[in-house]
Structure formats: structure tokens, C-alpha cells
Design a protein around this ligand. Structure first.
Ligand code: SF4
Length: 468
């Protein structure tokens, strides 16, 4: 098949709000079965098998836009591209988003593929870019637009074509992995074939750890300080910020899956022979266990591991003791760090009967799940909004941490609530800094409970008269 596509029968009425079966059937008929099967294997679906938040492709777009010397182009319906472009600039992209528009005619005749090929050729300028990323959204994917037929490289500029349909990738978090994994695979192939560029800046000697996950900027330096007593330093993390950092990430001694859902990325580290360590340095127990696991995977002696723990654990203990939380909470979100956040809060004194995450269960969060379950917390993977709201109504917490619609439902019920992304993404999570920052926000937010109750009482008569 050379650019010819399946006619968009019924596709124009399909979207993230419906038509999933039609889209999937069309994509399979158009030759995309292998891609869909791989997505289903990497990102197994559950009750939350349809986007309940932003378009999943935003995750891939964000990873591309955050990289130096990488151009990112979308192929999809204009309304989807408008939303994705708006969201990326809302989150401060400060980069142009490329777009190859289509209509029914260019889709049916295969002209869209030719337009994409032309756009990629014109964009692949080696003076400006190391790589060009082209992302098929729902309709071009369902129509079988064959990005795998694009050249793999033009004048030394790598061409990365990926399908990121809402009917195949459940969350935007996993879509980050789709692009990060595709890039790491490409870079691993280059490194296996010969010499590659060094990462920019000085490279630490000795053994290095690559952190997997999009992290708050203060977290990597904090983790580097935790590792230093073991003679370990940080390699570039994933998702990478520049193409040459991909080689630096692969050149690590250990890959740390601090965000546990990067399945495709982890597969590339494994293929490169790197051991993977799950969980993360959160709170007291989490940090102690993580340092043990990292030290062991990097073949560090027990004395050096003990020395690293002795240096940091008393400080974390002190911070938790002086930031005690006395609150009953529910925690839910779609970032993939929900279990880690709950661990810190429980160590700070919170009671958390329910943690919901839109991400799937993987072996890299097993330690966190077991730790939480041992303390009576129900952990719901692939949690739907309905499950999160149901748990919030049942638990009646002092504070709900969750997605925007959950926060809205909580506030309507007079329950203080805070948006997970704002709470977590804008704060450190690891080591001493993480323990201090999360507990502090809970103390501040739960103070508003009585005010919420007064508001509910105040507006109750109005609601009753409106219902009459
Ligand atoms: S590309 Fe995103 S916004 Fe567009 S239909 Fe698919 S999931 Fe929805």
C-alpha cells in the first residue's frame, strides 16, 4: 500500500466521544492491526478505556515540543489540532506546532499521505532539526495513513512517524511513552551501528542512573544528591530534552522507572541490557527501599548504600514529623504518580482509603501498591471518573485530590478538593523536598472545610427553590 487509504466512511462522525468500534475496525481494515495490537499490549485497557480527560495525543505532542531541534507535526481533524495546539500553548510550549490539514478528498485519494511526505521533506532541514516527528491523530490512523512508509531519514534528519489514536492509547500519560519509546528505539539502533554524539555538557564519570518520567525541575538535582553518597550520578532522563540525550540515557547503569507506565521506553532500556528499578524515593520507607534497590542494581556495596540512607533518612523523618497531616483523603489522577503521592501523605499522618489512577498496573508500581494495601488503601488501576467520584462520596474525605471533574463533584458536595496536576506537577515529589511540600498543601487545603460547609448551607435554600 503506497499512501492509499480506506475511505472515511462513517469516520467523520466518530470522535473521542463515540465511534470507537468503528474507528478500530476501520484502522484494522486499513492495515493498522499490528500497531493496534502493540498499543493494546503496551497499554492494556480497563474500565477507563476511553479518554475521559484531554486528548491522549497531547502527551506525545508535549514530549516532541519540549525537545530542542525537534519539529512536531500533527495530522488530524482541524478541531482536534485546534484543541491540541491550544493546550500545548496553555502549558507554555513556545514552539510552533506543524499541521498537515486534510479534507474528505485528500483522505480518500491518498493525497494526504503525499501532503505529509511533502511537509516532512520541507521541514527536515539539518541546520534546524535533528528529528521531525509526525503524529497521526484519530481519523488519519483509522483511515490507514501509512506513516511507516515515510523515509526514515532525510539529509541526516530522523523522521519519526507515530499513530496516537484516542481509540488505542488510553491516556495522555501513556502517549508520552509512545513517542519517547519510538525515539529511544531509533537512537538505540543508531548507537548499535556506530559512534554517536555525546550529550551536551560535562558527563559524570562512573555509574549513572537514568530517571524515567516527566519530573518537576527540582526533582532530578534532589535525586542526584540522594545518589551521590553511593558514587552514582544522573544520566540524562527520559523523555529526553534533546536527541543526543537519548544516547546518554541509554548509556546508564540503571534505569529508574519512577513513573511506572513507560512500557515502550523501558523495553528499549531492557534491550540495551540495563536493569530497571521500580517505585521512587518518596517518603521514609520509599526512599530507603529505592536506595537499596538502586544500589543493588548498580552493584554498589552495602556500606555505601547504608551511608546514603544514613545521610538522608533522618532528614526525611524530621520533615514528616514537623509537617503532620491529620486528614482523611482520597487521591486520584491521570499522571501516574498517584500511588507515590499517597505514600508520602500516609507517612505524614493522612488516612487514605482510596487511590485511583487512570494508568494501568505494571510491575514497576508493585512495591507502592503493596505498601498502600498493607495500610488498608484500595488501589484502583485504570480508574474511571465514576469510580473516583463513587469512592469520594463513600469515603467523605476531609480533602479530595483528583482531576478537574472530581474536584468539581467534591466541591458541589462541600468537600475541599484540589486538582492533582496543580498540586503535584508544580512541586517536588522526591526526598526531603517532596515530603515537606505535599504535607504543607494538605494542611492549607483542609483548613477550608468549615468554609465549604457554610457555603453549602447558604446556597441550599436557593437550590431547593430552583428545583421546585
Ligand atoms: S485526536 Fe484526540 S481530540 Fe481528536 S478525536 Fe481523537 S482523541 Fe478526540
Amino acid at each position: 500500500m503506497d499512501g492509499a487509504v480506506i475511505p472515511p466512511t462513517k469516520l467523520e462522525s466518530a470522535s473521542c466521544h463515540g465511534g470507537k468500534a468503528t474507528m478500530q475496525a476501520s484502522a484494522r481494515a486499513a492495515g493498522k492491526s499490528g500497531m493496534l495490537d502493540k498499543l493494546a499490549m503496551d497499554y492494556p485497557q480497563g474500565p477507563h478505556d476511553q479518554p475521559q480527560s484531554m486528548c491522549p495525543a497531547f502527551g506525545s505532542l508535549r514530549v516532541g515540543l519540549r525537545m530542542r531541534r525537534v519539529a512536531t507535526i500533527l495530522s488530524g481533524s482541524a478541531c482536534c489540532v485546534y484543541g491540541l495546539t491550544f493546550t500545548s500553548h496553555f502549558y507554555g510550549a513556545r514552539r510552533s506546532v506543524g499541521y498537515v490539514p486534510f479534507d474528505s478528498e485528500t483522505l480518500v485519494t491518498g493525497q494526504l499521505f503525499e501532503d505529509i511526505r511533502k511537509a516532512v521533506r520541507e521541514t527536515a532541514r539539518p541546520d534546524d532539526y535533528d528529528a521531525v516527528v509526525i503524529i497521526n491523530l484519530c481519523v488519519p490512523t483509522a483511515s490507514g495513513v501509512p506513516l511507516d512508509l515515510l523515509p526514515k531519514e532525510i539529509d541526516g534528519v530522523r523522521i519519526i512517524g507515530i499513530d496516537v489514536p484516542g481509540f488505542g492509547v488510553p491516556t495522555h500519560a501513556e502517549a508520552k511513552d509512545v513517542l519517547a519509546g519510538a525515539m529511544l528505539k531509533y537512537a538505540r539502533g543508531e548507537a548499535e551501528r556506530g559512534a554517536v554524539a555525546r550529550p551536551r555538557g560535562p558527563i559524570a564519570e562512573g555509574k549513572r542512573v537514568s530517571l524515567i518520567g516527566e519530573l518537576f525541575p527540582a526533582d532530578p538535582p534532589g535525586v542526584a544528591a540522594l545518589l551521590a553518597p553511593m558514587g552514582l550520578s544522573l544520566a540524562p532522563g527520559m523523555p529526553a530534552r534533546e536527541w543526543r540525550d537519548l544516547y546518554g540515557a541509554l548509556d546508564c547503569t540503571v534505569a529508574a522507572a519512577v513513573h511506572p507506565f513507560y512500557t515502550a521506553t523501558i523495553r528499549e532500556f531492557v534491550a540495551a541490557g540495563r536493569p530497571i528499578v521500580g517505585s521512587a524515593p518518596v517518603g521514609l520507607d520509599g526512599t530507603a527501599d529505592w536506595l537499596d534497590a538502586i544500589g543493588k542494581a548498580a552493584d554498589i556495596g552495602g556500606a555505601a548504600i547504608d551511608s546514603a540512607k544514613a545521610k538522608i533518612l533522618p532528614a526525611i523523618k524530621g520533615v514528616l514529623a514537623s509537617n503532620q497531616v491529620s486528614a482523611r483523603m482520597v487521591v486520584s489522577g491521570y499522571e501516574g504518580s498517584e500511588l507515590l503521592v499517597a505514600r508520602i501523605l500516609i507517612e505524614a499522618g493522612a488516612t487514605i482509603p482510596y487511590v485511583g489512577t487512570a494508568l494501568p498496573r505494571t510491575e514497576w508500581s508493585n512495591a507502592d501498591r503493596e505498601w498502600l494495601e498493607a495500610r488498608g488503601t484500595h488501589v484502583q488501576y485504570r480508574a474511571s471518573l465514576e469510580q473516583d467520584v463513587g469512592a469520594m462520596r463513600e469515603v467523605k474525605p476531609d480533602l479530595a485530590v483528583g482531576t478537574t471533574p472530581l474536584v468539581q463533584a467534591a466541591k458541589e458536595a462541600g468537600i475541599p478538593a484540589v486538582y492533582f496536576t496543580n498540586m503535584v506537577s508544580a512541586r517536588p515529589l522526591f526526598g526531603v523536598a517532596g515530603a515537606a511540600s505535599l504535607a504543607a498543601i494538605v494542611v492549607a487545603q483542609t483548613a477550608g472545610r468549615e468554609r465549604f460547609s457554610r457555603m453549602i448551607d447558604f446556597f441550599a435554600p436557593l437550590q431547593e427553590s430552583a428545583a421546585c
